[in-house]
Design a protein around this ligand. Structure first.
Ligand code: DX5
Ligand code: ZN
Length: 220
């Protein structure tokens, strides 16, 4: 069908002492940069204070796709929209008032995303579909880069794609996406791909982004 493909590299495994420079390396070939915000509570890892994230969002050469792995999605979601992110994704498991939070994110001017951990089923959240611009299906347990793609998530990606139908909602996958797995995820219906270690551990990150895009595009 020639669906659109988006590659959103994650800088979780990039050089944290020069993130603006790391984003520059992939900016010409990527759609957005995926910013993993972790609070050491919702997940057992910490990445940025909100202040440091806000600073990076301002300096980034690419529009920012924030993935908030933090305890209070209701509070953090709108705040990251205010920081100027193009897209803000909260976790369903960390957000009490999902509809309200997604609406607030949109109202401030960002795309609204809803992320599901591997143990969460999409059917439990289908009621929010009209407030969602992107579903994020985690294909690893959130917290760390460099883990293996969970192929048991494929049926969930397929069911999410079916639920989306013809709506203009992006379907993102995150975790273990590489040359070995991107075609599996694309075949299941994903159109927006986070890749962290595959991109930043490559000798030429920009070339890897191009390669991943052409692999995914050949499927859709
Ligand atoms: C994990 C993060 C991912 C991570 C992906 O919790 O949400 O975005 O950076 O890294 P890779 O692509 O190495 O699995
Ligand atoms: Zn992520």
């Amino acid at each position: 069908m020639g669906n659109e493909v988006r590659i959103t590299p994650s800088i979780l495994n990039a050089d944290f002492s020069n993130l603006v420079g790391e984003i520059d390396r992939i900016s010409a070939v990527s759609d957005l940069v995926h910013l993993d915000v972790m609070d050491d509570k919702f997940v057992p890892n910490f990445t940025f204070t909100f202040e440091a994230a806000a600073d990076l969002i301002t300096k980034s050469a690419l529009p920012v796709d924030a993935h908030l792995m933090v305890e209070d999605g209701d509070m953090a979601g709108p705040q990251f929209a205010e920081f100027g992110c193009a897209s803000v994704t909260v976790h369903a498991e960390a957000t009490s008032n999902i509809a309200q939070t997604l609406k607030s994110i949109r109202k401030i001017g960002s795309r609204s995303g809803l992320a599901l951990k591997p143990g969460s089923e999409i059917e439990a959240y289908s009621e929010f579909i009209d407030d969602v611009d992107m579903f994020l299906i985690m294909t690893v347990e959130p917290g760390f880069g460099g883990q293996s793609f969970m192929s048991e998530m494929v049926p969930k990606i397929q069911r999410t794609k079916k639920l989306i139908g013809s709506r203009p909602i992006w379907l993102q996958v995150d975790g273990g996406i590489s040359e070995k797995t991107i075609e599996i995820a694309a075949s299941a219906g994903a159109d927006t791909f986070v890749a962290g270690s595959a991109v930043f551990k490559a000798d030429d990150p920009a070339e890897m982004v191009r390669k991943l895009r052409s692999m995914a595009a050949s499927i859709s």
